[in-house]
Design a protein around this ligand. Structure first.
Ligand code: ZN
Ligand code: FE
Length: 256
């Protein structure tokens, strides 16, 4: 049996809330705090007591519920050391190369600047699970609000080192819109075409497309595929460096 139980629920317009419960110790964490009242309700439904908040970055749809939940639950707030000033109520600062002990579970922390300066992700290697906030999305990646394409590409490459079976919990249900864009830069990718049919079916049934897997993303996410011949041909960038192709894909997505 897996050590971590993961409870996922939609909130706000297109965010996901995640609660993780470590079975042996009983510790329970909210990954980010998009909607504190929804999180509270889901905690009650599960009969779990909130002990931690694990923040990925400072945006209001990720850290906006921190103080309300801390006041109600008395939990510990963990967040990026690179952005501690902007994480409300932060108790424990963590960053690249550090391990967070969560009961008997261990999360490796990676700095993934690009979407924001101080974004981090939490990777539980023994569980094959990662919480990636707004760094990587199904068939997409976060907008570059505070970082360069070079930074974001370096961040994504860290994630690409994980095993393909890693389940990627991203913070938004953006999959179908991302996929429509992906088809414009990678139109002949059969895995992408097939995936879009699957996504259309899931969404028509009101079902989530999150989590995804790293394997799926490497086959279908144009932001992880700047080396792809098909994408390079489509963009007329056969001889460019990966980071230049990545930057061009990101620019096109911003205008899409
Ligand atoms: Zn964000
Ligand atoms: Fe967000």
């Amino acid at each position: 049996m897996a050590l971590l139980q993961i409870h996922q629920f939609p909130c706000l317009s297109d965010n996901y809330g995640f609660l993780i419960h470590e079975r042996l110790s009983g510790l329970t964490a909210a990954i980010d705090t998009p909607d504190p009242k929804a999180i509270q309700r889901e905690l009650e439904r599960k009969g779990w007591r909130l002990t931690h908040i694990l923040n990925t970055h400072h945006h209001p749809d990720h850290a906006g519920g921190n103080l309300w939940l801390k006041e109600h639950a008395g939990c510990i707030i963990v967040g990026p050391s690179a952005d501690a000033q902007r994480i409300p109520g932060i108790d424990l600062q963590i960053g690249e190369g550090e391990t967070l002990e969560f009961g008997n579970a261990k999360a490796q922390v990676f700095d993934t600047p690009g979407h924001t300066r101080g974004h981090i992700v939490y990777y539980f290697p023994d569980e094959d699970v990662a919480f990636v906030g707004d760094t990587l999305f199904a068939m997409g990646c976060g907008r570059l609000f505070e970082g360069s394409p070079k930074q974001m590409w370096a961040s994504l490459q860290k994630l690409m080192n994980w095993p393909g079976r890693t389940r990627i919990y991203c913070a938004h249900e953006y999959t179908q819109a991302n996929g429509r864009f992906a088809l414009t830069v990678d139109p002949r990718n059969q895995a992408l075409i097939k995936r879009m049919e699957e996504v259309a079916r899931l969404r028509a049934e009101g079902r989530p497309t999150v989590p995804t897997t790293l394997y799926q993303e490497k086959r279908t996410n144009p932001f992880l595929r700047p080396g792809s011949r098909g994408i390079r041909a489509q963009l007329g960038m056969e001889g460019a460096a990966d980071v230049e192709v990545f930057a061009e894909v990101r620019r096109r997505k911003d205008r899409f």
